[in-house]
Design a protein around this ligand. Structure first.
Ligand SMILES: Cc1cc2nc3c(=O)[nH]c(=O)nc-3n(C[C@H](O)[C@H](O)[C@H](O)COP(=O)(O)OP(=O)(O)OC[C@H]3O[C@@H](n4cnc5c(N)ncnc54)[C@H](O)[C@@H]3O)c2cc1C
Length: 412
């Protein structure tokens, strides 16, 4: 029987899309090649960090990264490659790192960040989900005087910022040593436990009748004129009215529909461990000059870092894990990390932090929902809402204000 909506890819974007569609009364099937318990949407830091935080493609990003590379502390690296697409991506990234785009991107981040925060709050209060949602700010920790001073100079709004001395910073992050300069609390941000969020959401969706076809890979899209007729999977084939592709950094299916999006997999790592309660960070924190995040969770702490381009190797690479520990150790006292779990995953990264959302330009029953890069958890609820609106209300990109504002189809 023909299905209503098939969502291919059950990461945070696919599940939030299913959530919004099911609330609009649509019937949804989610197909995922894995069992959705270990992907990028699970192992990330869980920061909800849309407010007052520069995008990756901020002015100065490239010289700053090169400086860190020379010091051996850079979280970012590009593997040597002749991949023409990645070279084009890098050029686009460089071109996007300018003041005019920064201003616009910050405004868009706040708009969609607020929609997401409100939706997270309502999922907790109205739907009864529990995923360790905390709205207690993001502590930006500085290890370089120059970057601290530069950021502090712009912190004029006390509702949004609090500048903390070295000693106050240590109250928030007791492991720090004296090399740390200070910190700025970005008060409007928050965090969740991404794994708990995914599992709670899946449970909720199952209760609402969403069908999950797991461990089933979609291998081929079948076309009929200007429509997708079916998806063929490793087990079967399925027809539907509308197909949503939310396959994260894997663009294999989008390419079958003749798309070559400006998106690249950006590999990152997390290390999750138990530590003494009194030493745990009091809120989610980001070492701004090192790009190491630390998020307190119910029973553990999670550290995330690294942004590797030009690799699709799914293995945890020891050198990268060691480098995260080494970079943190420069600014912290020794502390014990117990029961460490190491993980790696790929961000679906666009060169200007603008996602790829909306109807396909060739197939009129195909909708894309990817390209959320390092902010997928931050924006997942808002993206789910936009995808739901474009499918159920507008039925095309051109009349949806959010797609016009926040999609690479219009802001590429
Ligand atoms: C180290 C690290 C830290 C991060 N920290 C944060 C953070 O603090 N805050 C934040 O907002 N974001 C963070 N992110 C980014 C965030 O995790 C991603 O943006 C988000 O998870 C992307 O979600 P997605 O649903 O687009 O993709 P995914 O989570 O990758 O989901 C895509 C799904 O599609 C499935 N799939 C792919 N191809 C097929 C196919 N052919 N057939 C069937 N299924 C398929 C995959 O199995 C997968 O389950 C971080 C990422 C990393 C790597």
């Amino acid at each position: 029987m023909k299905k209503d909506i098939i969502v291919v890819g059950g990461g945070c974007i696919g599940l939030m899309t299913a959530y919004c569609l099911v609330k609009s009364g649509r019937t949804v099937t989610v197909i995922d090649k894995n069992d959705i318990t270990d992907g990028t949407s699970f192992g990330n830091a869980g920061l909800l960090s849309a407010f007052k935080k520069a995008p990756l493609s901020a002015p100065g990003a490239i010289p700053d990264t090169i400086k860190l590379m020379l010091k051996g502390e850079s979280p970012a690296s590009v593997h040597p490659t002749l991949d023409f697409h990645l070279l084009k991506w890098l050029l686009k990234f460089a071109a996007s790192s300018n003041q005019a785009r920064l201003k616009r991107t910050l405004a868009l981040f706040e708009r969609y960040g607020q929609i997401s925060l409100d939706m997270y709050e309502s999922m907790v209060k109205e739907d009864g989900m529990d995923f360790h949602f905390c709205k207690d700010g993001l502590l930006m920790i500085y290890t370089e005087q120059k970057t601290f001073d530069a950021k502090a100079a712009h912190c004029d709004n006390t509702d949004a910022y609090e500048i903390l001395s070295k000693e106050r910073t240590k109250e928030y992050m007791p492991i720090l040593n004296d090399k740390v300069i200070g910190s700025i609390l970005l008060k409007e941000n928050g965090h969740v436990d991404p794994g708990e969020f995914m599992l709670e959401l899946k449970k909720f969706l199952e209760e609402k009748g969403v069908e999950f076809l797991l461990n089933e890979e979609v291998t081929r899209l079948e076309f009929s004129g200007s429509k997708i007729k079916k998806v063929h999977t490793s087990k079967d084939s399925y027809e539907a009215e509308t197909f949503v592709l939310s396959t994260g950094a894997d663009d294999t299916l989008a390419r079958q529909a003749k798309n070559r999006f400006m998106m690249t997999p950006a590999k990152g790592y997390s290390i999750t461990f138990k530590m003494e309660d009194s030493l745990k960070p009091k809120t989610s924190s980001l070492f701004a000059d090192l790009f190491i995040a630390m998020t307190p969770r119910r029973n553990t702490v999670r550290m995330t870092s690294k942004l590797e381009l030009g690799t699709t190797n799914p293995e945890v690479v020891r050198k990268q894990i060691d480098s995260i520990h080494k970079n943190l150790a420069m600014y912290s006292n020794d502390f014990v990390k117990e029961d460490m779990v190491e993980w790696t995953g790929f961000r679906p990264l666009t060169p200007n932090d603008i996602p790829i959302i909306g109807y396909d330009e060739n197939y009129n029953n195909l909708v894309h929902a990817t390209g959320l890069g390092w902010l997928g958890i931050t924006f997942a609820p808002a993206i789910g809402k936009v995808i739901n609106d474009v499918i159920t209300i507008d039925k095309k990109n051109e009349t949806n204000t959010d797609i016009l504002l926040f999609s690479a189809f219009f802001q590429g």
